[in-house]
Design a protein around this ligand. Structure first.
Ligand SMILES: Cc1cc2nc3c(=O)[nH]c(=O)nc-3n(C[C@H](O)[C@H](O)[C@H](O)COP(=O)(O)O)c2cc1C
Length: 412
């Protein structure tokens, strides 16, 4: 009997709903996904730039912030809704834009769009998606935002913005931290190319993950479908070389942002700001929100963590615009800390991608359940009932983080 059970266990496909229900933290989901993915793909998602110090700081700095809970308050009814740039959000954790997600799971961004619609999560669709923005809008049942890079060619940019408007995207998020692609050494060592190509080098790794390989080849080739017929990879250049040669605009400047502001009348957010000076400029350019982000540690290594950067940005412009924190969010308690420090909501990238890689739509939904349960539990244990009413009195900051904050308030 036991032998039959064991055999059935071995035959049960990885990534079933039953399988992911046994995962209790985002890190459990990541470990599960890791087993399913070839190293090249796991590294592409996990990795940061250079020595990955910013990648590590994004995570580690959350543990430097501690909670100040109050007891004996009635926390029977709890509410985690919030509002960003005039848009009501049922859930405070959005899906950060991420490109080429069909390498993680055959359905890629489609599975995220379906899961996000079901759970009320905002999905920020990347320009560099492996499905086009129209295909995703057709599959989605919930709110979608669109992420735009300041590409070299203004005609391409204009047509992307118009297509996003046409397809019903609610808000536009302009990413500004990709003047060139960061040095992602894992990708260079693994020989990652666009579209992913099976070479002798990667074949062995792929063969060890037959389900992933079967998944990959059963769908259409992994390409940047928003650029079909405009610019496509031929599998001969590295991931970063492809972006650097074809798409990225090293001359992008604040005038380009103003140009987009005139083109897009709806809510406009800027993603990739990490200093108060730039935050002030962005607000002066008319953005409706700032996503404080270092691209998940994938661009300039050596910048402070996203949460540390956010503390100073909230001081500078928190009363003039809405702040979203992006980077290192793996726990519901991280979300509560970010909101206490002035974020209206957060975005998470890898957390959702691990869910996708683990089990497609069911995996993304499992990550939602984990976040929802942890945020709710943290609120209750803090003695608070409404996420959007939490302020800095709910946390202790490391002494060195508060210096500039105190100096600022003396001057006012
Ligand atoms: C695989 C991957 C692809 C990404 N692609 C994009 C992208 O196309 N556009 C963008 O603005 N950011 C992109 N990012 C950055 C994320 O939007 C986000 O800033 C980052 O993942 C946040 O850090 P976290 O993963 O620790 O949550 C990508 C990140 C990853 C991991």
């Amino acid at each position: 009997m036991n032998q039959i059970k064991e055999l059935l266990q071995m035959l049960r496909p990885r990534g079933t709903l039953k399988g992911v229900a046994a995962l209790h933290s985002v890190d459990d989901v990541r470990r599960y996904a890791r087993k399913r993915l070839p190293k090249m793909i796991y590294d592409f998602i996990y990795g940061g730039a250079n020595d990955e110090t910013t990648l590590a700081a994004n995570r580690n700095d959350f543990s430097k912030i501690t909670f100040r809970p109050h007891m004996l308050t009635d926390v029977t009814h709890r509410d985690i809704k919030t509002k960003v740039a005039g848009i009501d959000l049922d859930f405070p954790v959005m899906v950060s834009p991420a490109g080429l997600l069909r390498v993680a799971h055959t359905e890629g961004e489609l599975a995220i769009a379906r899961a996000a619609g079901k759970t009320g999560v905002v999905f920020v669709v990347s320009t560099a998606g492996s499905w086009s923005m129209e295909e995703l809008a057709d599959a989605a049942t919930g709110p979608l935002w669109f992420q735009l890079y300041l590409w070299r060619d203004r005609d391409i940019m204009k047509s992307l913005v118009e297509r996003a408007k046409q397809a019903g995207y609610q808000a536009l998020v302009v990413t500004v931290d990709l003047q060139v692609v960061g040095k992602r050494e894992r990708d260079l060592r693994n020989g990652l190319s666009i579209p992913p190509k099976i070479t002798m080098r990667s074949a062995l790794d792929a063969v060890k993950h037959p389900r992933w390989l079967f998944d990959l080849i059963k769908g259409p080739p992994v390409t940047l479908r928003n650029f079909a017929g405009v610019v496509e990879g031929d599998g001969t250049v590295s991931h970063s070389a492809f972006f650097n040669q074809h798409l990225i605009n090293p001359s992008a400047n604040w005038e380009d942002l103003q140009w987009v502001r005139e083109l897009w009348k709806g809510p406009l957010l800027i993603k990739g700001i990490i200093t108060p000076e730039d935050a002030v400029k962005a607000v002066d350019c008319g953005v409706d929100g700032i996503v404080v982000s270092n691209h998940g540690g994938r661009q300039l290594d050596g910048v402070p963590s996203a949460v540390r950067s956010m503390v100073d940005i909230v001081d500078a412009v928190g009363n003039r615009t809405d702040i979203i924190l992006d980077g290192g969010i793996r726990r519901g308690s991280d979300v509560v800390k970010a909101v206490a420090l002035g974020a209206r909501a957060v975005m998470a990238g890898r957390s959702w991608i691990w869910g996708l890689a683990a089990a497609g739509q069911a995996g993304v939904e499992r990550v939602y359940e984990i976040f929802a349960q942890e945020i709710d539990q943290t609120l209750a244990l803090l003695g608070r009932t409404r996420l959007n009413k939490i302020d800095e009195s709910a946390v202790n900051l490391p002494a060195s983080w508060t210096t500039s904050r105190k100096e600022n308030s003396k001057c006012q």
